[in-house]
Ligand binder design. Structure first.
Ligand code: C5P
Ligand code: MG
Length: 287
């Protein structure tokens, strides 16, 4: 197996139980592409965490490099990140402790975005110049899924409207791709006036999945799950009759501090790996 997937020997890869990973991948390979689906987080999982030493933007922050939002709004959004992001990734706090802060962060950020009177028609152009970047190897990732008709559900606590523009810009919004995220609602002039539906934040994806099973594909029992937050681990809870689940976690930040928690919960942990090499190698082996 390791001969078949040499990428699993990369220095960035950690596994709690290599034998178990091999068993899951072998089962998935036996059942092939027709039994497979991929469920992935978006920000900092399909997109890069850093590029040339600089942090890359999340969907909430992509508009920072554009003139769609005011300088004042940018400053306020940056202050929110500076305050709440350390709480999001704090390994000394429990999820229960973090949740009220996350809700507050998302509400405040969404209020700020709505105040900016963003026009739907301006989004595509704005995202184009924003420096949003999918991880290295994204073309091969989307291509193998498309060619094998493997559904990809992108389950994101980011901003769906912006996420869509990012994948359109990269030319990979294929028919097998579905998105479950926070979408803006527009008034009759095409101006964003509110966010639709229940809020999705980093730590309520399990609830979101269980309450929205219609967003999921149910006739494919094998799931490859990709995430970067411990809140992404339960994204496959929305799938009925799940048989084989392989969870790959990107550990982007505070690596030493969080290694133990990641290795004990994700099947494969990728440390400071800005590529999709490992998921691609596994997909190529299975399909
Ligand atoms: O797509 P994903 O579920 O990863 O999107 C959520 C990410 O967006 C969070 O991990 C958080 O760090 C980030 N975020 C942000 N600005 C906000 C709210 C969340 O950058 N206002
Ligand atoms: Mg993420």
């Amino acid at each position: 197996m390791l001969k078949m997937i040499p990428e699993l020997n990369k220095a960035t890869v950690r596994m709690r139980d290599r034998g178990q990973v091999e068993t899951i991948i072998r089962n998935m390979q036996r059942e092939g592409a027709s039994a497979l689906q991929v469920i992935s987080d978006f920000d900092m999982t399909l997109t890069r965490f850093a590029h040339k030493g600089k942090r890359c933007p999340t969907t909430h922050n992509i508009l920072h490099n554009t003139n769609l939002i005011s300088e004042e709004c940018k400053a306020k959004m940056s202050n929110l990140v500076a305050h709440y992001y350390p709480i999001e990734i704090d390994s000394s706090k429990s999820v229960e402790e973090k949740i009220p802060h996350m809700v507050e962060w998302w509400m405040r950020a969404h209020d700020l975005l709505i105040q900016q009177k963003i026009k739907k028609v301006q989004l595509a152009q704005a995202v184009k110049g924003s420096g949003a970047k999918l991880r290295e190897g994204y073309k091969s990732f989307f291509k193998v899924l498309k060619q094998n008709s493997v559904p990809l559900l992108i389950f994101s606590a980011g901003v769906g409207d912006i996420l869509e523009e990012v994948i359109i810009e990269h030319g990979v919004f294929d028919p097998n791709v579905r998105i479950f995220s926070n979408y803006m609602d527009y008034d009759e002039n095409g101006v964003a006036c509110t966010f639709k539906g229940e809020l999705i934040h980093s730590f309520n994806k399990k609830e979101g999945a269980l309450q929205n099973t219609h967003q999921f594909v149910h006739d494919r029992t094998n799931v490859l799950l990709l995430g970067d937050s411990l809140g992404d681990l339960d994204m496959a809870e929305g799938v009925q009759d799940l048989k084989n689940l392989l969870r790959i976690g990107y550990l982007n930040d505070k690596v030493e501090e969080r290694r133990e928690a990641y290795v004990s919960s994700y099947d494969i942990v990728l440390e400071e790996d800005e590529t999709l090499d490992v998921p691609n190698a596994i997909l190529n082996y299975i399909t």
